[in-house]
Design a protein around this ligand. Sequence first.
Ligand SMILES: *[C@@H]1O[C@H](CO)[C@@H](O)[C@H](O)[C@H]1NC(C)=O
Ligand SMILES: *[C@@H]1O[C@H](CO)[C@@H](O)[C@H](O)[C@H]1NC(C)=O
Length: 830
Amino acid sequence: MSDRTIARQVPLLLFFLAVSSTAQGQVSYSIPEEMAKGSVVGNIAQDLGLDLKRLKSGKARIYSNDKADYIELNKDRGLLIVKERIDREALCGQTSPCALHFQIILENPMEFYSVTVEVTDVNDNSPSFKKNDMKFKISESAVPGVKFVLERAMDSDIGTNGLQTYSLNPSDNFVLKLQNQADGGKTAEMILQKPLDREHKEHITLILTAVDGGDPKLSGTAEIHVTVLDVNDNAPAFTHALYKATISENAQKGTIVTTVSATDADHGSNGKITYSITNNVDKIHELFEINEDDGELRVLGNIDYEESHHYEIHVQASDEGGLTDSTKVVVDVIDTNDNKPVINIMSKLTTIAEDAKPGTVITMINIQDQDSAENGKVHCSIDDHIPFTLKSTSNNFFSLVTDDTLDREVNPSYNITILCSDEGSPSLSSSMTLSLHISDVNDNAPVFEKSSYEAFIMENNSPGLSIFTVKANDADWNQNARVSYLLEESSINGASVSGYVSVNAESGVIHAVRPFDYEQIKSFTFRVRAQDGGSPPLSSNASVKIMIRDQNDNAPQILYPVQTSGSVVAEIVPRSADVGYLVTKVVAVDVDSGQNAWLSYKLQKATDRALFEVGPQNGEVRIIRSIIDKDALKQKLTVIVEDNGQPSRSATVNVNVALADSFPEILSEFNETKQDREFSDSLTFYLILALAVVSFLFIVSLIAILSVKCYRWKRERMFYKSNGQLPVIPYYPPLYGDAGGTDTLKHVYNYEVCRTTDSRRSDFKYGRPSTQSIISLDTSGTRTLPHKSLLCEDSDDQVRFARPLLFLWCTYVCFYFPSQRDKGDILWHV
Ligand SMILES: *[C@@H]1O[C@H](CO)[C@@H](O)[C@H](O)[C@H]1NC(C)=O
Ligand SMILES: *[C@@H]1O[C@H](CO)[C@@H](O)[C@H](O)[C@H]1NC(C)=O
C-alpha cells in the first residue's frame, strides 16, 4: 500500500525538487509512517544531481540534530533508506505535518543539502478508552432526559484517522448524544430516554463504541454497567383476592387455619411484607391471629359454631414503604357435636288415675340441640317395659302417653326416664326422669282369705262368745280398701241368722248371740259380706259354716226296763234256765253324740252278784250260773249305764227278776193281794170310761159352737179379710211308740204348751218325757189356759155354755192322773 502512495508522490516530489534545487539545493520527500526497514525513501543522488562517485568521494553523510536515526543514506546506490520504524505518533504526536529534517553533507568540496522527509499518518491506532468499563447507579425513579457523561475515547491518529464518532448499544433506555468540544473533540453523553424498572431489569449493560475515520475504520469499546436502584414503586399483592378455609369448632388454640401470602416486587425493605388483621368491629381479633411475617393464620380463641357459622377475616399486607394490599379470608366453621340435647318440659302430670284410658297424655316435652345437621337430630326413647310410649307430635316435640291400662295395685308409681340422644358421632345424650304416681280407683273388691270358712263351737257357750274371725283384704288404697263386714240376711230353721251370730263390722270377729244346743242344731251356714269404702262400694261374700260341738250335757236315758215309782216290773226267769239265759236287756239312749253317747253297762248292785252278769256293750242281763233252790225268788239288780263323756254321766235302773216257774208263785211273793188287784182294775176301768164320756161331750159341744160361730162370722164379713186373727193351734207331738214287735214297750212323750197372755214375754216350754201320761199346768195356776184363743169371737152365752164343760174336763183330768200315779200300779209284762 505504501508503495502505491510513494509512486504517486515521487513525480510530485521531483517537480518540487526541481524547483527548489535551484533555489536552495534542498529536497523533500514524503513517506508514510510505519514503512518497513530498508524501504527506499528517495533517490537522493539523482534528485540532487550528484553522481555516485561524488558521493563516495565526498564522503557523503547525513547530519541530523535528532537523536534517532530513522533514515540512512545508501551511498552505493544513492538512495535514502528507512533505517528505523517510524511512528509518526511517537515522532510528532498530534503535530501535523510531521517531518524529519536533516542535511546531507559532502566533503571535497564541502557541500550540504537540506533534506526534509515528511512522515504522513497511517491509521494504525484504534480509538481506545482509558477504562474498559464504566459504572452507573441510577434510581429507577430517574426521569427521562437525565444525562450521564461518558468517558471519552482516545485515538492517536490524526485527521480522519482520528476518533470520529461513538455509538451505544443497546439503546432501549438510553440514547447517545455527542457534543462538539471547543478543541474539536467530541464528548459523549448518555441520556435516559425510557424510565428504568428495577423490577424489570436491575442490571443493564451497554456497549459504548468509539469509531475513527480511517479506512478501514477502527473502533474501541467500553462497557457501561448500569445498576438500577430500587424505589418503592410496587405495592404488595396477595396471591388470591379471596381465601377460603374451614375449621372445626373448638379447634385448639394455635391450629393453622390457612396461610395467606402476598408478594412485593420491590427489593429490600421496600419488599418486606408485614401481615395484619384489619377487622375492627367484630371479635375476630379475639379468635384469630396472624403471623405478621409469614402470613400464617391461626386460631387464638374459642371457635363456636353455634355463635357463628363463618367468619370473614380481612388481612392486610404492607411493605415498609407503606404500600398495602388486602384480601379476605372466609373461614367456614364445621360443626362438632358439642351440645347435648336439652329437654324442656312444657307440661306434666304428676299423678294419674289408674283407670286412665290408654293414650292419655302425661307430659309434653320439647327437645333442643344447638348443633346442626346430624349433630342436632335428636331421638328420644323410654324404657320398653313400662306401659308408656313416646310420640313425636311434630319436630322436636314429644308427648309421653300411656299405651296400656294402669294398675295401681301392681305399680303404684313409675320413674319414667326419657333418654334423648343426637345423631352425632360420638353421640351426645341427656336424660330426664319423671316420677308419676298412680292414684287409686276402687277397682278391687275385698277378697276373703277363704271362700268358705268352717268353725266349731262348743254347745252351751256363753252368749257373746267370739267364735272366730273372718278377714278380707282389699288391694285398693285408703278408703277404697277400708273393709267392713256385714252379715247377709238369711234364716236358720225359720229364724233370722242375726239371732244366732253377729259380726263385728270393723274386725270381722263373729260372735255367738246365744247359747247353742247341739241336740237342737248341729251346724248352720250363713254368709258374711265384706264391703269396701269406695264409691260405689264393692263387696264380696264368703260362706261360714258353724259346727256345734257336743258336750256331755245329757245323761243316758233308760228306755227299758220301764221305771215307775208305783209299780213293779219283774222279769220272770224259770228256775230251769240254763247258764247264759237272757233275762232281759237294758235299753238306754243318750241324746248326746259320739263318745258322749257311747254307753256302757255295769252291774252295780245285785241280790246275788254271782248269778247275773250284764253285757257291758249291749246291756244284756244273763244268768251266769245254774239256779239252785236256795236262790231267792225275788232278785233285784241295779244296772248302771254310763256314757263315755268327760266327765261321764250315768243313769241307773232297777231290774226285778222273779225266779219262778209259775205266776201265782210270783204274786204271792211280790206283796200284792188279788183283791187289791181287782179293785185297782175296776177303778181304772171306770175312771177311763168317765174320762172318755166327758171328753166326747166336750168335743161335740166345741164343734157345735165353732160351727155356729164361724157360719155367722163368715156371713157378716163376706168382704173383709182378716189377717193376724188366725187361731193358734197348740202343738201336740204325736205319741211315740216303739212298735218293735217283741217288746210291749210304750214310750209316751207328751208336751203341753202353755202360753202366757202377755205375748211380749218369752215362751215357757215344758218338755217332759214320761213313761206315763203327764199333765202340765200353768205355773201360775190362776191363769187361764190358752184355749180361749181357740174360739172365734164368741157371744156371752156360748162362752157360758162352754165354760162348765171345760172346767169339768180339766178337773177330771187333773184328778185322775195323779191318783193313778199315787196308786202305784204294777204293769205286767209277760
Ligand atoms: C323412683 O325414684 C325414687 C327416687 O329417685 C325412688 O325413691 C323410688 O323408689 C323410685 N320408684 C320406682 C317405682 O322405681
Ligand atoms: C256371694 O258371692 C257370690 C260369688 O262369690 C255371688 O254369686 C252371690 O250372688 C253373692 N251373694 C250375695 C247375697 O251377694
